[in-house]
Ligand binder design. Structure first.
Ligand code: 5RP
Length: 234
């Protein structure tokens, strides 16, 4: 594993002026340190995770395989020749590695910018440790500037939207997007998310909601943030 997380790779970026992608890549490579030989790894979705998948490919003979949170990640993993298991074949996962759209100091997150929130939440639930990999633009003091994705059963879309308006949010139908589960996404603007676990539970009570992008009841355990000064762990 140390071959992948070589100091050379890590410090290549440190100190120089890094763009957002370089910060994402540095965080993703730092997460490789948590991958253990003979394990099955939970893999999230998104551009930051894509860097993780590419780094994980170098370890594909050291791990048993992965569980993936989206068709997009599965395709990338398989392209690298990494074995992808169905979650139903797996009893436990040591780690789940995924990005976030926003995260607070309490490790509560908004996720689902890539519409993969439901499978992400399910795979995360099975894992012992959620490792969140981000660049420093994702750190916020309060969640909600990033519109909160809510996955809904298509038939219930308008009903759920009306219920969300009653809660003070402005839901927008993410046109043209069908999730891997065959559902629709409402992106909810202008929510004041003062109580992330409370709102997560309230939204999930609306009939027709599959899940919402608040990851507060089960937040991250470890956050690896790519910054100009290297990767910071929290
Ligand atoms: C996908 C997600 C992603 O983790 C989130 O959108 C962050 O993506 P990126 O790494 O591309 O910034 O929740 O549903």
């Amino acid at each position: 594993l140390s071959a992948v997380l070589s100091p050379t790779t890590f410090y290549l970026f440190k100190g120089s002026s890094m763009n957002q992608d370089q910060k994402k890549k540095a965080a993703a490579i730092a997460a490789i340190e948590y991958v253990t030989t003979g394990s099955i790894v939970g893999v999230g979705t998104g551009s930051t995770v894509n860097f993780f998948i590419d780094a994980l490919a170098k370890l594909k003979h050291d791990i048993v395989g992965v569980v993936s949170s989206s068709d997009a990640s599965t395709a990338r993993l398989k392209k690298h020749g990494i074995t992808v298991f169905d979650l139903n074949e797996v009893n436990a996962l040591d780690i789940y590695v995924d990005g976030a759209d926003e995260i607070t100091e309490y490790k509560h997150m908004i996720k689902g910018g890539g519409a993969a929130l439901t499978r992400e939440k399910i795979v995360a639930a099975v894992a012992n440790t959620f490792i969140c990999i981000i660049d420093d633009t994702k750190l916020v003091s309060m969640l909600g500037k990033f519109p909160l994705p809510v996955e809904v059963i298509p038939l219930a879309r308008s009903y759920v939207a009306r219920e969300i308006v009653k809660l003070g949010g402005d839901p927008m139908y993410r046109q043209g997007i069908v999730t891997d589960n065959g559902n629709h996404i409402l992106d909810v603007y202008n929510l004041e998310i003062l109580d992330p676990p409370g709102l997560e539970a309230t939204l999930n009570q609306i009939v027709g909601v599959v899940t919402n992008g608040l990851f507060a009841h089960r937040g991250a355990d470890i956050v690896l943030t790519g910054t100009h000064d290297g990767v910071k762990k929290a």
